[in-house]
Design a protein around this ligand. Structure first.
Ligand SMILES: Nc1ncnc2c1ncn2[C@@H]1O[C@H](COP(=O)(O)OP(=O)(O)O)[C@@H](O)[C@H]1O
Ligand SMILES: O=C(O)C[C@@H](O)[C@H](O)C(=O)COP(=O)(O)O
Length: 337
């Protein structure tokens, strides 16, 4: 059964995301704390950027809407996007001297990872509503928004502007909750804006903890996934996915059915990047018209490939790599670390 309908060939662009374009600096010396880490490898980062890179690797026609610093880091990001066939016509250069957000990652063990973010005066949060190109969104089958871009004005208003263009032109709207507490000033403000945005979205993806944050004004004492998902079907949602890390994920649909996916075994290097690769793999599957379970399985396998690698963006797999991973797991050739 198809739960979401995507526009056909009349829309030339499969996927556009709005939000942050940043730099990941991933620790080279793994299995030690940040204090003892001396060298890092630079990659393009930022959750919506990673998802877009993932969609492009999977063969979809993609574009990005964002703002980059007018410096070497900004140029590195724009160049990387172009080399990955992501249209940058709506990637705007900052003119105020803002900088590129940095994410230093600490890899203490395969299960104990953290991120140290440098986000003061970050260019991505300065995108304005008037810089969002309606003509680009009009061509897109899917618009993906990410919660972190709602943390501050004017990026917050830019996202709401993009949402109204997407509604006007019939794009399927995907919300990856992508909650990063350090970007926000208060838990109340966070919940208010997340809920306002989620009302407008067709597909909502988040972890149990992210949905808990949104439910701070509501009654869900047992953290029930079913209760969480049900609320959104009174608005625009067709699919609500709650991710549970290694324990898999569950997708609810408007008919009240919960579709479950287990995770695959993985030789985990680090845990971050799982959600972004899962989102790319899942959305790719749904856009191919696959059943939800198969799309979720594909996302789960894509996640395993990324968490078994050093980077997030650069490790995003092709469709052949994901299919191959699933086959190898089914043959029992891959076991968990
Ligand atoms: N340790 C793991 N082993 C195998 N798969 C994992 C592991 N952690 C996450 N995944 C896969 O990635 C998906 C998303 O991971 P999750 O940690 O829930 O999201 P996020 O990275 O957004 O916090 C999971 O549903 C699962 O399929
Ligand atoms: O989103 C960021 O700014 C950092 C990412 O590039 C980073 O690699 C990461 O945290 C990925 O997050 P996840 O997929 O939600 O685990």
């Amino acid at each position: 059964m198809t739960y979401v309908s995507f526009a056909g060939a009349e829309k030339p662009l499969d996927f556009v995301a709005i939000g942050r374009l940043c730099i990941d600096l991933n620790a080279n010396e793994i299995h030690r704390p940040m204090e003892e880490t001396m060298t890092f490898t630079k990659y393009v980062g930022g959750s919506p950027a990673n998802i877009t890179i993932g969609m492009s690797r999977l063969g979809l026609n993609t574009a990005f809407i964002g703002k980059i610093a007018n410096d070497q880091m900004g140029r590195f990001i724009a160049d990387y996007l172009r080399r990955n066939n992501i249209a940058t016509t709506n990637v705007v250069n900052d003119t105020t001297g803002a900088v590129t957000g940095l994410a230093f990652t600490e890899i203490k063990s395969p299960t104990d990872c953290s991120i140290l973010m440098y986000r003061d005066n970050a260019a991505d949060l300065l995108l304005t509503p008037s810089e969002v190109q309606e003509s680009l969104i009009a061509q897109a089958k899917v618009l993906l928004i990410s919660g972190t871009a709602l943390a501050k004005s004017p990026s917050r208003e830019a996202v709401f502007q993009a949402l109204s263009y997407a509604k006007k032109h019939g794009a399927v709207i995907v919300f990856d909750l992508d909650y990063r507490p350090y970007t926000w000033t208060s838990a109340e403000e966070t919940a208010v804006y997340y809920n306002l945005a989620a009302e407008k979205c067709d597909i909502i993806l988040g972890t149990r903890e992210e949905f808990d944050m949104m439910e701070r004004f509501e009654d869900n004492p047992d953290h029930s996934d079913h209760i969480t998902a049900s609320k959104w079907f009174d608005y625009s949602a067709k699919i609500v996915i709650i991710k549970h890390g290694k324990d898999g994920s569950i997708a609810y649909t408007q008919d009240g059915v919960g579709h479950r996916a287990k995770s695959f075994p993985a030789r985990v290097v680090k845990t971050f990047g799982a959600g972004d690769s899962y989102a790319a793999g899942f959305l790719y599957g749904v856009m191919q018209g696959w059943k939800l379970e198969k799309s979720m399985e594909f996302g789960s396998a894509a996640a395993c490939i990324v968490i078994s690698s050093h980077s997030c963006s650069d490790a995003m797999p092709t469709a052949d790599q994901v299919h191959d991973y699933i086959e190898r797991c089914n043959r029992g050739e891959i076991t968990a670390s």
